[in-house]
Design a binder for this molecule. Structure first.
Ligand SMILES: *Cc1c(COP(=O)(O)O)cnc(C)c1O
Ligand SMILES: [Zn+2]
Length: 420
């Protein structure tokens, strides 16, 4: 049987079969995987999911996988958390956190995209794979390449967070640090993909890679009891994830797995790198590229490849985009941790903080069902927070020392029975 999907130009609609390419040769627009939904209706049935593990492969029919594909490992399958304490603090009724901070195996949603990209890399016979990365993608490429026996070579801005570099190095990937920001790295990678026979997951394999993000959306719908939310708030770097969550919801409606329902898409950025939210807020026809300057390194893409599509989706859905400052990001990371016990990376601070801002602005209503996409783990961006928590003086291992410390630090009465 032939594939029930192929690459299609997002502007002129010309189809290109299945190949490692991401641009239309005719009009230079980007390509997207397009599915034959009539064929999909015959193979994909909601009842079949009952016997499958809760990870992203339970939606395998919706992914551009080779015919003979067997999942190499478990990826995705993260919790949708009812955020009761944040709801109370923010005065809303139905707030959820989709927690990809605990995505398997490398603690960010990038595991989902890499899983699909590596399936394509195997199909197209690449031995070496790689990426241009703001950190999380390099972690995911390195780990899954190690597990599946690919050689990995990743390209990153030289000044990335140490934890993100270490989390790549440990898997044995070759790391190339570039003097420049992500946009410089990405431009170089486009040339490398042309010159070498390498599968760069977000360059020449990008259309396949991007489909992996849909599983974040499928899981949300299933975890809400096969319902769509009223609102989703999504962090934006290249602007791909937000569009793929929308695609996932559309596909579920097309196949009759959920009732049709308007969903508003809200995009979140850091003010220090906010080309997409700036474009939405100023109602620009085209976003203006920026030079990133923010602690939200994983979102620091000044010239986002899918920015125009993200702006269109946000507008057409009736949503909005917002951005917050670096101190607001830190405050939001703390609030999410203290209220819900979820330690998100800086991108998660962006999303949580922007959600609160949208509530204050009245763009999200109190009674609506809102899902906040938390996409990465706080252990990877500890350098952004370390100054907030100076260490306390150590004490000797004696009860009196502890009591003295309590007296001094907390100014609360010490244990009962001590006498006056
Ligand atoms: C890459 C990334 C994003 C944004 O992804 P895009 O699809 O490029 O918009 C969001 N959060 C985290 C933690 C990321 O690493
Ligand atoms: Zn075209």
């Amino acid at each position: 049987m032939a594939d029930c999907y192929e690459l299609r130009c997002r502007e002129c609609g010309k189809t290109w079969g299945n190949a490692p390419r991401s641009f239309c040769d005719d009009c230079f627009a980007s390509l997207e995987v397009s599915f034959d939904y009539d064929a999909l209706k015959k193979t994909a049935h909601r009842e079949n999911l009952a016997s499958r593990p809760f990870d992203m492969w339970r939606y395998k029919e919706f992914l551009p996988l080779p015919e003979d594909f067997t999942p190499p490992n478990s990826v995705g399958g993260t919790p949708l958390v009812r955020a009761r304490h944040l709801s109370e603090r923010w005065g809303v009724d139905n707030l959820y956190v989709k927690n990809d901070a605990v995505c398997f195996p490398t603690l960010s949603f990038k595991d989902r995209v890499v899983a699909v990209a590596l399936a394509a890399a195997r199909r197209f016979n690449f031995q070496t794979v790689g990426c241009s990365s703001t950190g999380n993608l390099a972690n995911a490429v390195a780990a899954q390449s190690a597990q599946q026996g690919f050689d990995a070579c990743v390209f990153i801005p030289a000044d990335l967070e140490p934890a993100k570099i270490l989390n790549t190095a440990v898997y044995g990937a070759r790391i190339v640090r570039i003097l420049g920001n992500y946009d410089h790295v990405n431009r170089l990678c486009a040339q490398i993909a042309d010159r070498f026979q390498w599968g760069l997951v977000n360059v020449n394999l990008r259309p396949y890679y991007a489909e992996g993000s849909k599983t974040h959306g499928f899981e949300i719908a299933e975890q809400l009891g096969w319902r769509l939310p009223d609102n989703v708030v999504v962090p934006m770097a290249g602007g791909s994830l937000i569009g793929k969550i929308a695609k996932a919801f559309r596909e579920l409606v097309t196949l009759g797995w959920v009732e049709p329902k308007p969903v508003k898409f809200f995009g979140a950025q850091a003010t220090g790198c906010s080309p997409i939210s700036d474009g939405v807020k100023r109602n620009l026809a085209r976003f203006e590229p920026q030079k990133p300057q923010t602690i939200a390194r994983s979102l620091a893409i000044g010239n986002p490849a899918d920015g125009p599509y993200a702006m269109k989706l946000i507008r057409e859905s009736g949503g909005w985009a917002e951005d917050i400052s670096d101190p607001e990001i830190i405050a939001a990371i703390k609030e999410l941790a203290e209220a819900e016990g979820i330690f998100a990376e800086t991108a998660g601070g962006v999303t949580a903080g922007v959600t609160q801002k949208l509530l204050t602005q009245g763009r999200i209503q109190k009674h609506e069902t809102t899902v906040v996409s938390i996409t990465g783990n706080g252990l990877k961006t500890t350098d952004a927070l370390i100054a907030e928590y100076p260490l306390s003086e150590p004490i000797p291992p004696r009860l009196e020392a502890f009591e003295a410390l309590l007296d001094q630090q907390l100014a609360v009465p010490t244990a009962i029975g001590k006498g006056a």
